[in-house]
Write a protein that binds this ligand. Structure first.
Ligand code: B16
Ligand code: MG
Length: 213
């Protein structure tokens, strides 16, 4: 039976996925590269440098390692301005109810976000003490779709992967959860997230009984 639920952050707990898109779109414009929401879909859950590589590839452009670092810093500065105003009101509907139910049922909760901004965002949302463990993505060697981050959180929670559920809005994230040997809940488009065991359109539509049984 399920003993732990591991949440992605961007797109599951709050709508930072939208801010990532805006910041990447601005950077792509700056580089003269066409970049759509469909392109962005492939980048969800993908770490910062690899996301930049995907955009450069779209434009058939190449940059040195130092230039890439500067472009990543530029995007992140822009992104941090966008998220600066976030508050507890930005927690997606349904999240607090799910956390309350899991607590009553004594089910552990963790966060597996590829974002280096995750701790700051959780703090702004008033959720910095809501999770037993939040992965430090700077310590993760292989990013989503690799299962490492989900396995790291499961190990920290001391729950075997077979007894964990992972919740993700990104195709790369769902792939990571399945590769970790966990039950995968997809939030969003059923076509994009077809690998998931269950898909709900938004976090507040999660059927907890189904998810946990
Ligand atoms: P940062 P998640 C991911 O967060 C985002 O989906 C992805 O778009 C972003 O590039 C990545 O974090 C890195 O974020 O630039 O803040 O370190 O969905 O895994 O919570
Ligand atoms: Mg996400």
């Amino acid at each position: 039976h399920i003993q732990a639920v591991i949440f992605d952050l961007d797109g599951v707990i709050c709508d930072t996925a939208h801010f990532h898109f805006i910041a990447w779109k601005r950077l792509a414009d700056h580089l003269g590269i066409a970049f759509s929401e469909t392109d962005n879909e492939q980048m969800k859950g993908v770490d910062r440098l690899n996301s930049l590589e995907m955009i450069l590839k779209l434009g058939g452009q190449q940059r040195s390692a130092a230039e890439k670092q500067a472009l990543c810093d530029r995007k992140n500065a822009d992104y941090q301005t966008l998220i600066a105003e976030m508050s507890p009101a930005d927690v997606f509907p349904g999240v607090q109810d799910i956390l309350a139910t899991l607590k009553v049922r004594d089910i552990s909760v963790g966060v597996a976000s590829a974002s280096k901004n995750a701790p700051a965002i959780l703090q702004r949302l008033g959720l910095d003490r809501a999770f037993a463990y939040v992965a430090d993505s700077s310590l993760i060697k292989n990013n989503k779709p690799d299962p490492e981050i989900f396995l790291t959180v499961a190990a920290a929670l001391e729950v075997a992967p077979a007894h964990c559920v992972g919740i993700e809005d990104a195709a790369a994230g769902v792939t990571a959860i399945k590769a970790a040997g966990m039950r995968a809940i997809g939030i969003g488009d059923a076509e994009v997230l077809h690998q998931a065991d269950m898909i709900f359109p938004t976090t507040d539509k999660i059927d907890l009984i189904r998810m946990l049984s």
